[in-house]
Design a protein around this ligand. Structure first.
Ligand code: BGC
Length: 373
């Protein structure tokens, strides 16, 4: 019932935003504005990861039926391309920029150019760091993502000295730190009490008695276990780690993998090692390929971040700004320079127990997209 109500309220929220968008359109076209003018520019990091193609699709779904003028551009992993994209959109006269940066620090220059043009900047999913040129931030609860991943490993661990393999996202992405911090907050006591033994990071091993890590300390760990959000890099690291350890770090193991793309390639490496008898591996994003892995028992869990909510929040904010209203926020994030007002959304843990109810019965994906459900 609760889930049903949640689905209904989500649908109502979409309808509300679509309605506001349509109303807003008719007003601007009534003013005789040029048809090539774009009101809201959207810049996403890369088309190469299903996560961001999902966001593009959800933006398109939310905007269909309205003549609202938006344009979505991808930065393809390059901060230079990202800056170029922002300039293209500025030349089209955008009033609001929704941007998920490729590199949180490097994106500062692009959003500073937007601010100079009087554009309101909304950071989308990833925070832009060390600049005062970000007005708002719409995000999932990224600390909760990491904590859910860590907790899943704890709940699945049996006995003591379970080998723990740590992996993380790209250090250029502020979220990678939040995910790791969230995971560490729950895993550290279980490393300290001997439930887990860290298998692949001497830096994490050195810090195992510290409840809270500084950013510098996390950077040292990330320096050893980053995947750079790249499945190939994740695969190579996993292979190197398994080659380096002795038999005592194999057997039944736990793996903190930061997202679905990296989880699948790490899982493939661990499943082909004859001395690894079983593994529990985390993920996030509920990418279709990982949902199939969960159904097939090849990936243990994923953290479902309902992109529809993030899109609704971002577009709702954009519409408020265009209407001259102050968007509603629920908290703030320190970006190293200023406190950025933020709207945050919860996440849901999905494993084989609830994959059908959370992702199929809820209408997020079609059952026909998977086998073995
Ligand atoms: C996002 C994740 C995504 C990762 C790699 C993070 O900032 O929050 O959903 O998997 O980037 O693109």
């Amino acid at each position: 019932m609760k889930k049903f109500l949640k689905t209904i309220s989500l649908m109502l929220a979409f309808m509300l935003v679509a309605g506001v968008l349509a109303a807003c359109n008719s007003e601007s076209s009534g003013g005789g504005s040029s048809s090539s003018k774009v009101s809201v520019g959207i810049v996403l990091p890369t088309k190469d990861e299903p996560r961001w193609v999902q966001d593009e699709q959800r933006f398109k779904d939310a905007l269909s039926g309205s003549e609202y003028t938006t344009e979505i551009l991808f930065s393809q992993g390059s901060s230079a391309k990202e800056k170029e994209n922002v300039e293209t959109l500025l030349n089209k006269g955008i009033e609001v920029l929704i941007i998920s940066p490729q590199d949180g620090d490097a994106a500062a220059a692009a959003v500073e150019a937007a601010k100079k043009d009087g554009v309101t900047v909304i950071a989308y999913d990833r925070l832009i760091t060390n600049t005062d040129a970000v007005d708002y931030y719409v995000t999932f609860d990224s600390l909760a993502v990491g904590a859910a991943q860590g907790q899943y490993l704890i709940d699945s661990a049996e006995g003591s000295n379970v080998p723990l393999y740590l992996y993380a996202g790209a250090a250029s992405d502020n979220n990678a730190f939040l995910f790791f911090e969230g995971a560490w907050s729950v895993l550290q006591p279980k490393i300290a009490d001997g439930t887990f033994t860290i298998a692949n990071s001497s830096e994490a091993e050195k810090l195992k008695d510290k409840e809270e890590l500084t950013r510098d300390e996390m950077s040292k760990i990330l320096g050893q276990v980053t995947t750079n959000w790249d499945p190939n890099e994740a695969k190579n690291k996993a292979q190197t780690h398994l080659t380096a350890v002795g038999a005592d770090m194999k057997g039944d193991v736990a793996i903190l993998a930061p997202n679905d793309g990296t989880a699948r390639s790490i899982a493939d490496v661990f499943s082909s090692d004859g001395e690894v008898t079983s593994f529990v591996v985390t993920g996030q994003d509920a990418e279709k390929a990982s949902i199939q892995y969960v159904i097939d028992g090849k990936q243990s869990m994923t953290v479902f971040k309902d992109v529809r909510t993030l899109v609704t929040d971002a577009m709702g904010m954009a519409v408020d700004i265009l209407d001259g209203k102050t968007p509603e926020t629920t908290g703030s994030y320190d970006n190293g320079e200023v406190e950025v007002k933020a709207k945050q959304t919860d996440v849901i843990v999905v494993d084989e127990e609830n994959v059908k109810s959370e992702l199929i019965d809820s209408g997020y994906y079609e059952a026909s997209e998977f086998t073995g459900l």
